[in-house]
Design a protein around this ligand. Structure first.
Ligand code: FES
Length: 174
């Protein structure tokens, strides 16, 4: 599969929240229109869907964080934001929501390597404590995650990082 890893993880989350009766606002971002996946699926389970592409070839041009900030500034109040995608995207989503005091969960799937607790590749610091994404997560309070450390470690896995940069995705749960 090409890009869309983050969105592929986020979609079932959005679907479930929608099924539970939550108001769901989704913001999904891709580098360009050729990488867009799951648009119809997200549309079907979202009360609001904002498509973003880096180059503006589909939806609006820009980063998902800009769309998120606009929704908040437009007066939308969110109980929780769920961010799933590349580390850099989740880092900036968390910086944005922290500013507005909105609880944010992140999925640290992108830093997992073997998923068995053996490789140590998914080690991260959350609230000053050492955690393993595959054992203790993958979902964590985004405001407590040390993204800079995680990104530094992630640079050891260049292929994976390049893959993760293929897409950015997050969804909002109102
Ligand atoms: S992915 Fe290897 S220890 Fe968690």
């Amino acid at each position: 599969m090409g890009g869309g890893v983050g969105c592929a993880i986020a979609y079932p989350v959005a679907k479930k929240l929608h099924a539970l009766g939550c108001e769901v606002h989704s913001i999904v971002g891709f580098r360009n229109k050729d990488l867009v996946i799951l648009e119809d699926e997200f549309n079907a389970v979202s009360d609001k869907l904002v498509m973003m592409t880096d180059d503006g070839s589909h939806g609006e041009k820009g980063l998902v964080t800009a769309a998120l900030e606009k929704l908040i500034n437009d007066g939308n109040e969110y109980d929780e934001v769920i961010a799933i995608g590349p580390l850099i995207m989740m880092k900036f989503v968390c910086a944005t929501t922290k500013k507005y005091g909105v609880k944010t969960m992140v999925s640290m799937n992108p830093i997992m390597i073997d998923g068995t607790g053996m490789c140590g590749g998914c080690r991260l610091t959350v609230g000053g404590e050492t955690k393993f994404a595959c054992v203790d997560g993958p979902d964590f309070d985004g405001h407590l995650v040390d993204f800079d450390e995680a990104m530094h470690r992630g640079s050891m896995y260049k292929d994976f990082e390049a893959h993760a940069r293929d897409n950015a995705c997050n969804l909002l749960n109102k």
